[in-house]
Design a protein around this ligand. Structure first.
Ligand code: URA
Length: 212
């Protein structure tokens, strides 16, 4: 099914277990929000696994020693409004020094294309690894547009992190942004004719913010 997709599925048991609870229609907003935050943290932990380290000389209360610290680019987190906000705090829990950018997109009812209505980014995007977060990678339209916008603003190192994806969306991002690694907790079956991921979890924004 997924043979041509370039995507890393984070199959950690905690992530998968929590995702199952999120998918259930009985799960209320409060629990949904909390689980999304926890999964974002666990996914962030996996995504940052290969960040380079460098040696630093420090002094503990007992002795001098050589210890490790993260080297290379600093991190930026970019939630796509509004559902991406649900993954922000989990990421900040593990990368508290990260700068945060926001991107707002809506779908033009005539062209069905994503249109930017908000974009506020750290001034040094070119020097950061930007982790773009959005729970649902459905058609790939908004994720792909967000990545394009970030590149237009100078971003050079991008990672896309989503909770649930449809093969259709992964394919679009792979095609339009072959340089961007995509991390998800699940690749579901397909998109339905209303653009929902099947089986998915419904409208992530509505479930996070209780606007069902
Ligand atoms: N956005 C959502 O919130 N859910 C879907 O299933 C697809 C897009």
């Amino acid at each position: 099914m997924n043979e041509n997709l370039k995507v890393t599925v984070i199959d950690h048991p905690l992530v998968q277990h929590k995702l199952t609870i999120m998918r259930r229609k009985e799960t209320g907003s409060n629990e949904f929000r909390q689980l999304l935050r926890e999964i974002a943290m666990l996914m962030g932990y996996e995504i940052t696994r290969n960040f380079p380290l460098e040696d630093v000389e420090i002094e503990t209360p007992v002795a001098k020693c050589t210890a490790k610290r993260i080297a290379g680019k600093k991190v930026g987190i970019v939630p796509i409004l509004r559902a991406g906000l649900g993954m922000l705090d989990g990421m900040l829990d593990i990368v508290p020094a990260a700068r945060v950018g926001h991107i707002g997109l809506y779908r033009d009812p005539k062209t069905l294309k994503p249109v930017e209505y908000y974009c506020k980014l750290p001034s040094d995007v070119a020097d950061r690894t930007l982790i773009v977060v959005d729970p649902m990678l459905a058609t790939g339209g908004s994720s792909s547009a967000a990545l394009t916008m970030l590149k237009e603003h100078g971003a050079k190192s991008l990672i896309l992190m989503c909770l649930v994806s449809a093969p259709e969306g992964v394919r679009v991002v792979n095609k339009e942004h072959p340089d961007v690694p995509v991390y998800v907790a699940a690749v579901d079956d397909h998109l339905n004719d209303k653009g929902y991921i099947v089986p998915g979890l419904g409208d992530a924004g509505d479930r996070i913010f209780g606007t069902l």
